[in-house]
Design a protein around this ligand. Sequence first.
Ligand SMILES: Cc1cc2nc3c(=O)[nH]c(=O)nc-3n(C[C@H](O)[C@H](O)[C@H](O)COP(=O)(O)OP(=O)(O)OC[C@H]3O[C@@H](n4cnc5c(N)ncnc54)[C@H](O)[C@@H]3O)c2cc1C
Length: 381
Amino acid sequence: MTPVAGSGWDIAVVGAGIAGASVAAELAPFARVVLLEREAQPGYHTTGRSAALFSETYGPPAIRALSRASAPFFRAPPAGFAAGPLLSPRGVLMVGRADQAEALARLAEEVAPHGNGRLLDAAETEAMLPLLRPGYVGGAVFEDGASDIDVHALHQGFLRRFRDCGGTIATGHELLGLSREGAGWRVSTSRGDLRAAILVNAAGAWADEIGRMAGARGVGLVPKRRTAMIVAAPAGVDPGPWPMAVDIDEEFYLKPDAGRLLISPADETPSPPCDAQPEEIDIAICIDRIERAFALSVGRVENKWAGLRSFVADKSPVAGYDADVEGLFWLAGQGGYGIQTSPALGRCAASLVLRKPIPGEIAAQGVTSAALSPARLGATA
Ligand SMILES: Cc1cc2nc3c(=O)[nH]c(=O)nc-3n(C[C@H](O)[C@H](O)[C@H](O)COP(=O)(O)OP(=O)(O)OC[C@H]3O[C@@H](n4cnc5c(N)ncnc54)[C@H](O)[C@@H]3O)c2cc1C
């Protein structure tokens, strides 16, 4: 194998979470690519901390377009990509109280043209999710096609594909500095220097820090902490067949998880990039909101964690070359949707790195390079 340090590469991708892994897998057939990851485990940060949902009704329009464009990959991944299916049926109820009826109607109207959301009244919603406290909801938008994602299989599938196409994964390599050298970059890592013509910045919450190392202005990324925890379902009840429930104004969610319940206060607390940890106050808020909406008395919290969902001002992802710094490509700002959008976003990003147009079937869903470009953030970053 080519040593990582001391070598010259066409492309160095920084960050081996789902963003870096997906773009690297798409680039490897066309270039000599090294994937640099600071941690010993590529999924250690946000990628390993998600709620694993695939939903075509969740998030702003650019996210929904990327999710729709990712659906064919999830439903029929390439041969040998994963040992089992990447998706398993779940369904999601975007629930609202009577005073949230307007928001529900708005969402139903927005998703109607794509045929993936149905407005339900209170009785229909309660029948679908009997754990709801009687009288709490006024209705819901139900998305039948929403699914659980096998995030580990997806992430490992991208990494395997990358390696199979000749890519090199370098864990334990922290990027420490960048400088221009000839027509490319001198990339200084904790295990020595290497050279690369192009740097793809897929460093999650740290993407603005990497951008600044390269001399760029940054894209105004704000990492936001989100907390999740696992609690027991009511005694004697199998929550497996229940859909996920998400408050229409995103104040909480609840999702069956291997016989238990994953709950979250859907918090969005700005944070510096770090190894995020749950705070007691967010756990207390979560339990309070969940107990108001559901006939559930939360006893012991069996497991808890937090992760950083990183957003730019318009909450849509960024994929494109920096306008001012040559050879710097941004792949950042996936917010709370980086897993479900990764198949399409990884392909778009790879096409743009190689200066090709966005693939036709992804563009057909309404994804444009202008909407992804960091240049759109010029005024706000
Ligand atoms: C509680 C929670 C629930 C979520 N639920 C969902 C969901 O249901 N569906 C969904 O699609 N998304 C969900 N998300 C969002 C999703 O997890 C993220 O959008 C996605 O994981 C971001 O991936 P990433 O590769 O950009 O970041 P990361 O996984 O954080 O990867 C970035 C990597 O860059 C590395 N890195 C940083 N700096 C350096 C450096 N200097 N040198 C080398 N390496 C470096 C880091 O070590 C890290 O491994 C959720 C997130 C959270 C926190």
